[in-house]
Design a protein around this ligand. Structure first.
Ligand code: HEM
Length: 254
């Protein structure tokens, strides 16, 4: 019985790897400052060219590829859609998400405000004021990942990496803009990668999986990662955020 179970799991991993094999982006493909959205495009869970991606396509991809419950992330997708340049409010091009700023005044719809998600002190990207805030930056990532000293990344390690990057960034960028909104997004980003690579709860997150994800924007199936066995819901993410904040408080930071 156990053998049959393992055989079925193995077959489904092989079929998934085959139907969603990784393909590097081409020169005309649109990519985001978000390593997960790029990963989903590289595996074809959303259109590989990263163009005109709809809310439904995003939510289906989160569920299928990484088992993130649509309700946990729909509000971020909605916020992303307000930055769309496609002319269709239900779709965006991945690069639209590189818009940076406290607030970007909306030219349409009664001049309401649409806050950008992209912020300073990213884990793997340069600040917009310092250069390319869209693509993976090996120097920035080396700084962040220097705190991953064990083969398993604990929530405390993830918190330390997040803190270190912000501290370094304060030195590098005198014009750093990192208020409550930016802090909120950055906690969310760390919490969500820990939940995706730590079976919803952030445990047993293998450093090599996280490196493959950030450095190659690829799901680390070949290294033994499988998506969470239970749907990742908002409660999991909030719980991890609370642990990150507690660790920062214990270290008198932020
Ligand atoms: C569940 C799925 C998601 C995961 C696991 C995820 C993961 C991440 C991570 C780890 C980062 C930090 C990158 C860094 O600091 O270098 C990030 C950044 C970002 N994500 Fe996502 N993300 C997800 C969904 C989304 C969605 C739905 C959107 C919007 C439609 C989005 C937009 C962004 C943007 C704009 C950034 C750049 C923030 C910055 O300046 O660092 N992400 N994401």
């Amino acid at each position: 019985m156990r053998l049959i179970f393992h055989l079925i799991t193995y077959c489904s991993v092989v079929v998934t790897a085959y139907s969603h094999h990784w393909q590097a982006p081409g020169p005309n493909d649109s990519r985001a400052p978000c390593p997960m959205l790029n990963t989903l495009a590289n595996h074809g869970y959303i259109p590989h060219n990263g163009l005109n991606v709809s809310k439904e396509q995003f939510l289906a991809a989160f569920d299928e590829a990484i088992h993130v419950d649509p309700n946990a992330i729909a509000s971020v997708v909605d916020l992303g859609l307000t930055l769309s340049t496609t002319g269709n409010p239900n779709t965006l091009n991945l690069q639209d998400l590189a818009k940076h700023g406290e607030e970007i005044p909306q030219k349409l719809a009664y001049m309401t405000i649409r806050p950008a998600i992209e912020h300073d002190a990213s884990l793997s990207r340069l600040d917009a004021a310092l250069g390319d805030n869209l693509h993976f930056n090996p120097r920035v990532w080396a700084e962040t990942s220097s705190k991953f000293t064990n083969s398993i990344i604990s929530v405390q390690d993830a918190a330390a990496a997040h803190r270190y990057r912000i501290a370094q960034n304060r030195i590098e960028n005198p014009g750093l803009s990192f208020g409550q909104k930016e802090a909120g997004f950055s906690y969310l980003e760390t919490a969500i990668y820990m939940s995706v690579f730590g079976n919803a709860t952030g445990i047993n997150v293998q450093r090599r999986w996280v490196k493959t994800f950030f450095e190659h924007e690829r799901l680390p199936w070949e290294q033994g990662w499988v998506k969470a066995t239970i749907p990742i819901v908002r409660e999991h993410v909030d719980n991890l955020i609370a642990q990150l904040v507690a660790d920062d408080n214990a270290n008198n930071e932020m």
